[in-house]
Write a protein that binds this ligand. Structure first.
Ligand code: AHR
Length: 832
């Protein structure tokens, strides 16, 4: 028992407390107690490592209601990540070691260690036999809140339990904050009157900030590329769909989206003498009597517009000794009405590309394309393609004009591509190999998309570079750091025993790494190399772009598990890029969350290696964004810069509404304040095709005929169109001292160095208006009629749009921030 009992009692007396109360408190605190560690068998430990404690080893109390102090990372999202029978021990080095089974057989184990049971080292996964129970640890069965639990018991100082409880309570407090929702506002802000605010802008305190703050992150998720941004209208044009791609659809095979219309014809698939080994399958259409057609119904139909022209092309040959002949190409509506027609000739016995132009005579949302030989015969057909001529900037093999324009309207300063998870892939064999995505379309390597479909890669690296160029945005390609997604579900080369084909990150075998590193260097050469003097620069020129793309950034890795396997491979790539292309900024990775072992180890590693920038990701609740506006205020300015590469506010049910949009807008005021260290940001994911969505919320939804930007999109647009290069300090004084009120008002003032315009951003996440008095010390040379844009609505609104108008400003002007609103006031510099 505590020796300080008497002195504490005396101190308490002096403080005017009763001796009994003081004695009671201290008397009941034991020196050492029993800790019982367990994982719940009901969910096979997916909810993590938990504790109970007991003063006597008999009566047990839960530590913070079953709070989990460590969770298993092994395996894919969802069903895996089990922690079975964790065995915890304190070793002689003073560290806690935890080992747990990853599967019921007990042949493979996860391990981690910690100095305090609170922060845990990155996990390792090993083949091992069941470890012996250490001498000071006892296997026990206890009853806790009516649950019978098996685990291990050992003695610890009572202070350890107190520390565990304090930690959990703090986390729970943070959880309460993070779960603050506008639906609780009626209670939280009951009786709240409109708030009065004085906003003082201090033009004497300015700092330069990044001009690349707002960008976009494009990943082929939710049919973002094929069937989405990539304007190709024919689905499965290459007959390369395979059962492996379509995890969500049992019918995926080479003839997906194709059918025969009419009689006396058969469709089969052949691999005999294809156009190219990368494009191994093609259609064989055997027509016994003319009349039948091979039909493609596009991606949920083919949408065409009256009067517009469409480029049709196909690789074909005749496979039998008939001579072939005329082939009609038609677009027909669902009810069979022809709305476009053209003809080609197929008579060659070698693969030959044929082209035709179709002009639509009517609008149709869901037309089908049919290829209809006019002569009996056996025809080989591949790369059957239909493109609108009206693509973004009129590019051939280009992008859907309306969707791309919507992206361009964000004024993105950069584009990160091709993923996300797509970049590092589901297993080593699924890593996005950029070389397979360039060159002639018929020679590109299609790739299984880990989101459950097929990537033709018609939208490949060359097109990504053009896309950036056409929007005036910096290209930010992301290559795998020699390791695939940490949640990979397929074979990794570093397999763990019986989990060899499922589970963990793994890495490209070391003997293959030199070639992989070379591939990364070749990518930079493709982007920047001389068109005549370099191998890959020449290829870029052959693809129609002799001028370099002027690549300045390259991402290496995507929220990877920070392990030895990762570090070893990252280092090889990083050093090689640094040596050959010191002018290119490498962006490292620090895991999928804003905390935890990958975040911490990732930052340590980045600092050790001198990585100039790291990519942070977090998808959090609106409450998190409200309560963590100081997140970057604390960042060390001497360490790596930050690219916030993926973020979004997530509510239950995952809507994109005013509540999420304002939480993001509010947080971005704090990011602008820190845009000396946070140099780029991109909301994620960007695009989602209705009916084919694997992830919500997204920034822009679309179908074949409509583009539906969300309210979150408009918040991004207001930032993108009103970016600055200088941050001007400001202060906010309120007539209300409630912390919750203060946190819901965000202000950011920037100046756009190019135009000289001053931009004031004001966010109000309160249910009442904020009457602001804005003090701008000097408006000399500025136009006092400012442009005001306001996005406001009820928190659940998903359809509201920003409204723009003008307002008069002066060195002291009043502005009422509507309840739940985001306002941008742009004060233009006088042109004279
Ligand atoms: O944005 C969707 C996914 O979220 C990305 O592919 C991945 O990087 C992250 O987990």
């Amino acid at each position: 028992m505590k020796k300080t009992l008497l002195s504490l009692a005396i101190a308490s007396l002096a403080a005017g407390q009763s001796v009994c109360a003081a004695v009671e408190k201290v008397y009941n605190e034991p020196d050492s107690v029993y800790i019982f560690s367990y994982a719940h068998p009901e969910d096979e430990g997916r909810s993590g490592l938990k504790f109970a404690w007991s003063p006597d080893g008999d009566k047990w109390l839960s530590v913070s209601d079953g709070f989990a102090y460590l969770k298993c990372d092994f395996g894919r999202w969802g069903a895996e990540k089990r922690m079975i029978k964790p065995l915890l021990e304190k070793a002689e080095d003073g560290r806690w070691y935890c080992r747990w089974q990853l599967t019921p057989s007990g042949k493979v184990w996860g391990t981690s260690h910690s100095s305090d049971l609170l922060k845990w080292a990155p996990q390792q996964y090993v083949n091992a036999e069941k470890p012996a129970v250490p001498r000071l640890v006892t296997a026990r069965q206890i009853v806790l809140d009516k649950d019978t639990l098996n685990g291990y018991m050992q003695k610890v100082p009572y202070a350890d339990i107190e520390q565990l409880i304090r930690f959990a309570e703090h986390k729970k407090f943070r959880d309460i904050q993070n779960n603050e929702r506008t639906e609780q506002d009626a209670v939280r802000f009951a009786g709240l009157k409109p708030v009065a605010a004085t906003i003082r802008v201090d033009t004497g305190r300015v700092k330069p900030i990044s001009e690349h703050l707002i960008g976009i992150f494009f990943e082929d998720i939710n049919y973002g590329a094929d069937g989405g941004l990539y304007a190709e209208l024919v689905q499965n044009r290459d007959f390369e769909y395979s059962a492996k791609d379509g995890a969500r659809d049992k019918n995926w095979n080479s003839t997906y989206a194709w059918s025969i219309q009419g009689t006396d014809a058969e469709l089969s698939v052949s691999e005999d003498s294809p156009i190219h080994a990368n494009n191994a399958h093609y259609a064989v259409l055997e027509v016994h009597r003319p009349g039948a057609a091979l039909v493609n119904n596009g991606f949920d139909g083919i949408a065409v517009k009256k009067g517009e022209k469409y480029d049709f092309s196909v690789f074909s040959k005749v496979l039998d000794d008939t001579k072939g002949g005329k082939v009609l190409v038609r677009l027909t509506t669902k009810d069979g009405k022809e709305i476009a027609q053209a003809a080609i000739r197929v008579s060659s016995t070698e693969w030959k590309k044929q082209k035709a132009v179709l002009t639509a005579t009517a609008d149709a949302a869901d037309a089908v394309l049919s290829v209809c030989p006019q002569m009996a015969g056996k025809y080989a057909l591949d790369m059957v393609s239909l493109f609108p001529q009206n693509t973004f900037k009129g590019r051939k093999n280009g992008l859907r004009a309306d969707l791309t324009q919507t992206l361009a309207d964000l004024h993105p300063r950069f584009v990160r591509f091709p993923g996300g998870c797509v970049a590092h892939g589901d297993g080593v064999d699924n890593i996005y190999d950029w070389k397979g995505s360039i060159g002639a379309l018929e020679e590109r390597k299609p790739l299984r998309n880990l989101w459950g479909y097929h990537q033709t890669r018609g939208l490949g690296y060359h097109e990504y570079f053009l896309f950036c160029e056409d929007m005036g945005a910096e290209p930010v390609p992301v290559v795998a750091a020699g390791v695939p997604c940490q949640n990979s579900g397929t074979c990794s080369h570093h397999s763990v025993g019986e989990l060899g084909c499922g589970g963990q990150q793994g890495g490209i075998p070391m003997e293959e790494m030199p070639q992989y590193v070379q591939d990364v260097l070749d990518l930079i050469e493709y982007a920047n190399g001389d068109a005549k003097k370099t191998v890959w620069g020449k290829k870029r020129a052959q693809a129609g772009h002799p001028k370099p793309f002027n690549l300045k950034y390259i991402g290496i890795g995507n929220e990877d598990l920070i392990t030895d396997i990762f570090e070893e491979r990252f280092t090889m790539i990083f050093n090689a890029v640094k040596e050959k292309y010191p002018e290119v900024t490498v962006i490292g990775t620090v895991g999928p969350f804003y905390e935890g072992s990958d975040y911490e180890e990732g930052w340590k590693f980045a600092t050790k290696m001198g990585i100039p920038m790291v990519d942070e990701h977090y998808y959090n609740t609106p409450g998190w964004f409200i309560n963590n506006q100081d997140f970057y205020d604390r960042y060390d300015r001497n360490k790596a810069k930050v690219y916030l590469g993926e973020y979004a506010a997530h509510l239950p049910g995952r809507p994109n509404n005013i509540e999420t949009a304002l939480a993001e807008a509010l947080y971005l005021t704090s990011v602008e304040r820190n845009a000396d260290v946070v140099t780029m940001t991109s909301y994620a994911p960007l695009l989602a095709k209705e009916g084919h969505t694997q992830w919500n919320p997204d920034l822009i939804y679309f179908n074949n005929t409509e583009v539906k930007p969300t309210v979150g999109y408009y918040a991004q647009q207001m930032y993108g169109q009103n970016a600055g290069s200088e941050y001007i300090a400001s202060s906010v004084t309120l007539d209300n001292v409630q912390d919750a009120v203060k946190k819901r008002i965000g202000v950011s003032v920037v100046r756009d160095g190019k135009t000289g315009d001053m931009i004031v951003k004001l966010v109000n996440l309160l249910p009442v208006a904020v009457n602001a008095q804005v003090e701008l010390p000097s408006l000399e040379g500025m136009n006092t009629t400012a442009v005001k844009t306001v996005l406001a609505g009820k928190p659940t609104d998903q359809q509201v749009r920003p409204v723009s108008g003008t307002m008069e400003v002066s060195e002291k002007f009043g502005y009422e921030l509507p309840a739940y609103s985001f306002t941008v006031i742009r004060i233009n510099k006088n042109e004279k």
